[in-house]
Structures are given as structure tokens and as C-alpha cells.
Design a protein. Structure first.
Length: 157
């Protein structure tokens, strides 16, 4: 069974999906994905609590089972994103190098755009080589807000 439930946050509405006992997606908005039923489950509720803790600066890492379908390259990129410490950023080039494909900056960008677990897999921590905010499925305003939140709670300037 596949379920989704929606929560209002200070950063707008978020949907959390569960399939097969794992969080299968976290996204900004209120659209019900095909094949999902709107229902709150214990795992979805646990994920919502952890996101709420993150939004107020009390959580830096998530402890949730995640399921993601992707290419082997995408899975490597998503793991590299989870390795970026709270309050820090990396460039697309740094992520490409970290996954063993130093010239694959654009492919890293595509993998980021397909990340099914925004925030949990922190693609918002990836910035352009010049330090500018680039590409974020939920919008650059939210990306900037998340980075500012992390800077505030990590003590980084």
C-alpha cells in the first residue's frame, strides 16, 4: 500500500509518502501522486515530527527508512548529498568528484532534480560554483530559507 499525507509548515505545505515501510518521497505542495492514498501512517507521522524538529533547528540528521528508485548514478549522488554536513554546502562539481565522475556536473544537477526526498536528502545544500543558489524543485526562495535556517542553527556565518 502507498500512502501520502500533507502537513502545513512555516515553509509551506509538504507531502510525505510511504510505500513498503519506507519514506518514498517528501515534496513541497499538496498534489497526490498517482497510486497513493491520502492517509497518515505511523511512519509518515514520525517523518513529519522529524521535519518539524528540523524546521525549528532541533534536528540535523534524519533517522528514517528511505526508499528511492533511480539509476546507479542517481543513487550515488543522493548518498553524497546525505553526506554533506548540516550547515555546509557543496558545489555540483564537488558532488561530481565525490561520486567519481568529476566532469558530470550537469548529470549531478539532473540527479538533484530527481531527488525524491527533499530536505531528508539535502539537495538544497548544493550550490553553483560561483556560490549562487541554483536549481531546486521547490523553488530558490525555499532553498535560501533552508540554508539560512541551517546557518543560524549551526553557528556558521
Amino acid at each position: 500500500m502507498a500512502n501520502v499525507f500533507f502537513y502545513e509548515t512555516a515553509h509551506g505545505p509538504f507531502g510525505i509518502c510511504e510505500r513498503g515501510g519506507a519514506v518514498s518521497a517528501v515534496f513541497s505542495g499538496r498534489s497526490v501522486p498517482d497510486g497513493y492514498t491520502v492517509a497518515e501512517t505511523p511512519l509518515i507521522k514520525r517523518a513529519a515530527v522529524q521535519l518539524g524538529e528540523y524546521f525549528v533547528g532541533r534536528r540535523r540528521e534524519f533517522d528514517l527508512p528511505l526508499h528511492a528508485s533511480g539509476t546507479p548514478f542517481e543513487l550515488k549522488v543522493w548518498q553524497a548529498l546525505r553526506d554533506i554536513p548540516y550547515g555546509q554546502t557543496r558545489t555540483y562539481g564537488q558532488i561530481a568528484a565525490a561520486v567519481g565522475s568529476p566532469k558530470a556536473c550537469r548529470a549531478v544537477g539532473r540527479a538533484n532534480s530527481r531527488n525524491p526526498h527533499i530536505i531528508l536528502t539535502p539537495c538544497h545544500r548544493v550550490i553553483g560554483a560561483d556560490g549562487r543558489l541554483t536549481g531546486f524543485a521547490a523553488g530558490l526562495d525555499l532553498k535560501g530559507s533552508l540554508l539560512a535556517l541551517e546557518r543560524l542553527h549551526s553557528g556558521k556565518p
